[in-house]
Ligand binder design. Structure first.
Ligand code: PLP
Length: 402
């Protein structure tokens, strides 16, 4: 299925958004004419990844996909993923992401994170009060439950609140079992200002376990045990009902959460863009996603035959998960290393590489190692198909994440 033309037209309205630097490319021009460094988004590959996740979840009709928007931070990309997967809503990690989604017409949001400061709780209530908005948020603290209830009552709204359970990541979340039930009961006690919406049982550290068998074992073992113990404790406390949400899973594990029969929502997000950290996961018989996101860079210097210098340094590419992959080269023949903020060095000493590919002025495609923080460095996605720019859409929610 292709993105509809009407959707693309609606998305280009984003180009008129005030305050953003202009887009780096023009619709109808070859991708190679894009001003660099720029983020490219391959529409055909995105459509195939959306079709893949939709097909993978078809055997699990009780499991809803809620694609996470934290990777792309763009309401336009969110709209495409919803249209192509049939999902009803998205996850966001930050309040500013949720605000950008609502401004862009995406109204059904799970804020998969805690919102604690007074000013943010007020913004959360204002957002929830907007017409048509269906928003839920996480808690892991009884004081935060009271704060949310007070502000929701003041704003005359009802907030849907899920308990975040620490299923092994040791990040946010309450302990599985009785502590989870105690917090769920606190939410219920604040009805009608708050409504208990269920449990988030997400384990981020399992997503990049390379082996399929070990990834599956991590979810079907400890994560599932902690989730079941938490549901059982909520049942014992009289606050559970089968229509409540049990949500979690990312691109690396969503299929295992779906298999459990206990999770009824999965939050995979990176599948829309993909990065080398995910393409390096073993897939075996699993659903395999393809790269959608690339950074286009220009060779700005070729001081030596074995060294080419790109105009994409750490201002354009996050290197926290390793170097990006240079597209169109064999492994080990053209490796990227940081040349600083504005320079990326391609080491060509590994083999005789087509030197034409790295002539001064040539453009080079690299696949980022981690999509979320790389996208966070850019203002625009350049959407392309068959080598031609189709549109540019803004990354409205980029930034430190307020
Ligand atoms: C709470 C939560 N849910 C879902 C995701 C999406 O995971 P991914 O982008 O790996 O698919 C993340 C990613 O960090 C997350 O923190």
């Amino acid at each position: 299925m292709r993105c509809s033309a009407t959707l693309l037209q609606r998305l280009s309205a984003g180009m008129a958004r005030p305050g953003l630097p202009g887009p780096p490319a023009c619709a109808g021009f070859p991708v190679a004419a894009t001003d660099t460094p720029a983020l490219l988004l391959d529409l055909t590959a995105l459509e195939r990844n959306c079709a893949r996740i939709k097909a993978a979840l078809e055997p699990f009709p009780h499991v809803a996909l809620r694609p996470h928007a934290k990777a792309h931070k763009s309401s336009a990309v969110a709209a495409m993923t919803l249209e192509l997967t049939g999902a009803r809503g998205v996850c966001c990690q930050k309040l500013c992401e949720a605000e950008a989604m609502v401004d862009g017409g995406i109204n059904d949001i799970l804020l998969s994170n805690e919102i604690v400061s007074q000013s943010k709780i007020e913004r959360l209530c204002q957002l929830t009060a907007r017409p048509g908005v269906k928003l839920a948020v996480l808690v892991d603290d009884a004081g935060n439950v009271s704060d949310l209830a007070r502000e929701a009552a003041r704003a005359n709204i009802q907030l849907e609140v899920l308990v975040e359970v620490d299923v092994g990541q040791n990040r946010c979340g309450v302990a599985p079992g009785p502590a989870t039930a105690a917090l769920a009961s606190a939410i219920v006690s604040h009805s009608p200002a708050l409504r208990f919406g269920g449990l988030q049982c997400y384990h981020g550290l399992t997503q990049h376990i390379r082996s399929v068998a070990e990834r599956r074992a991590a979810i079907l073992g400890p994560v599932l045990a902690a989730t079941k113990a938490s549901i059982a404790a909520c049942e014992a406390a009289g606050v559970w009902s089968p229509d409540l949400r049990v949500t979690g899973g990312g691109t690396g594990t969503f299929i295992f959460e779906a298999e459990t029969g206990v999770f009824n929502e999965v939050q995979a997000g990176s599948f829309v863009l993909m990065d080398t950290d995910y393409t390096d996961n073993d897939a075996e018989d699993q659903v395999k996603f393809e790269p959608v996101l690339h950074c286009l860079a220009t060779v700005m210097s070729r001081p030596l035959p074995e060294r080419a210098v790109l105009d994409a340094g750490t201002k354009a590419l996050d290197l926290g998960c390793g170097p990006p992959r240079v597209v169109g080269t064999k492994p080990g023949t053209a490796t990227y290393r940081s040349g600083g903020d504005e320079h990326g060095i391609i080491d060509l000493s590994g083999a005789a590489v087509e030197s034409d590919m790295f002539k001064v002025g040539s453009v080079v495609w690299v696949q980022p190692s981690h999509c979320d923080p790389t996208v966070n460095l850019h203002d625009w996605f350049v959407l392309h198909r068959d080598g031609i720019v189709q549109d540019c859409v803004p990354i409205e929610a980029r930034g430190p994440g307020r």
